[in-house]
Write a protein that binds this ligand. Structure first.
Ligand SMILES: Nc1ncnc2c1ncn2[C@@H]1O[C@H](COP(=O)(O)OP(=O)(O)O)[C@@H](O)[C@H]1O
Ligand SMILES: [Mg+2]
Length: 313
């Protein structure tokens, strides 16, 4: 659906996006994760044909963002929820959407149906006649999302759609993204929010001017452990940890180190998903009673911070 090769944008002496090579598949929620100034907005603007690239290639479906005759076709295929929503404050919510629908050449029937459908899905239908200028930040954000969908684009770009929203509104927006995924739309989601990326994205690309990693949330976690990050299993016992339990665990080859504190055991492992079964068995064999087992360490947050600090090196 999206394919870039060596996509680069320079503003004078500043390189905002450096040699980005990326593929996003149809039907996928792709999280483009990076700190402020990483180049996320610049990338999206290039992909939406709003600014020109300095070098490289970017294709949307069968079209080339660099060809002026393709730009219009790309615009029909995509929707954009920009980082600053920019609505007409003195038009009602309904009329804001109707106006955009007309710009996109949607028929009256299509506009009517989609305005009702998306405003209802986003919980704004009751507010359709209120001026957009009277809306809260969260409501404006939702209206901007409906606006981006009015012509039913296959591919939706969302530039930090939950930034500055209260938790309740952020959740509505995230749930809505998952609804859109069910409709088989492709979503390219800019975010600096790790937890958000991890919760709703099928794949994540980490950007810091350069693309420094891509993969599913699970793959990114794995990538860190292979780069020397440690993963741990924390076991709570129903009783104090005994020497027999510690000795039993230390016999396991997979176990790096074991520390005990009261009824809590902290076990270092390279692949806890695989090795926890052996850990549990060893504890039970040594007479321990397990209350709970939890995998900790090397979360996506660790990967993210580590990779961004290293700048991809
Ligand atoms: N129009 C512009 N002119 C000059 N520099 C820009 C312009 N737009 C963005 N930049 C710079 O490019 C870098 C990337 O910005 P941006 O793409 O907005 O990052 P992000 O969206 O990840 O926060 C920043 O250093 C920013 O200051
Ligand atoms: Mg941005």
């Amino acid at each position: 659906m999206i394919e870039t090769k060596g996509l680069t944008k320079r503003f004078g002496g500043l390189t905002a996006v450096d040699n980005l090579t990326l593929k996003v598949n149809a039907g996928e929620v792709f999280g483009f994760l990076g700190p402020n100034g990483a180049g996320k907005t610049t990338t999206v603007r290039m992909l939406c044909c709003l600014i020109s690239k300095t070098s490289g290639e970017a294709r949307i479906g069968d079209y080339d963002t660099g060809r002026s005759e393709d730009a219009l076709k790309i615009r029909k295929l995509i929707g954009l929820v920009p980082d600053n929503v920019g609505l007409y404050d003195d038009l009602s919510a309904y009329d804001n959407l109707d106006f955009y629908g007309k710009l996109y050449g949607c028929t009256e029937a299509q506009r009517k149906e989609n305005i009702q459908r998306f405003l209802t899905m986003l919980g704004l239908w009751e507010k359709r006649d209120a001026m957009a200028g009277t809306f809260s930040k969260g409501m404006k954000q939702k209206l901007a999302i409906a606006r981006a969908l009015i012509h039913e684009p296959e591919l939706l770009f969302m530039d930090e759609p939950t930034a500055n929203l209260d938790p309740e509104s952020a959740k509505t927006v995230r749930d809505f993204i998952l609804e859109l995924k069910k409709e088989k739309r492709t979503i390219f989601l800019n975010t600096h929010n790790l937890d958000e990326a991890q919760r709703i994205c099928d794949r994540i690309g980490i950007l810091s001017t350069k693309l420094i990693a891509t993969g599913t949330p699970q793959e990114l976690e794995k990538a860190l452990s292979s780069r020397g990050g440690t993963r741990r299993t924390v076991v709570l016992l129903q009783e104090q940890a005994t020497d027999a339990i510690l000795a039993g665990l230390r016999l396991l080859t997979a176990v790096g180190s074991v520390t005990a504190e009261g009824n809590k055991l902290d076990v270092t492992l390279s692949d806890p998903e695989k090795e926890n079964a052996a850990v549990i068995e060893a504890i039970v064999k040594a007479g321990g009673h397990i209350q709970s087992v939890m995998i900790a360490g090397a979360s996506l947050e660790d990967v993210y911070l580590k990779l961004v600090r290293e700048g991809g090196s």
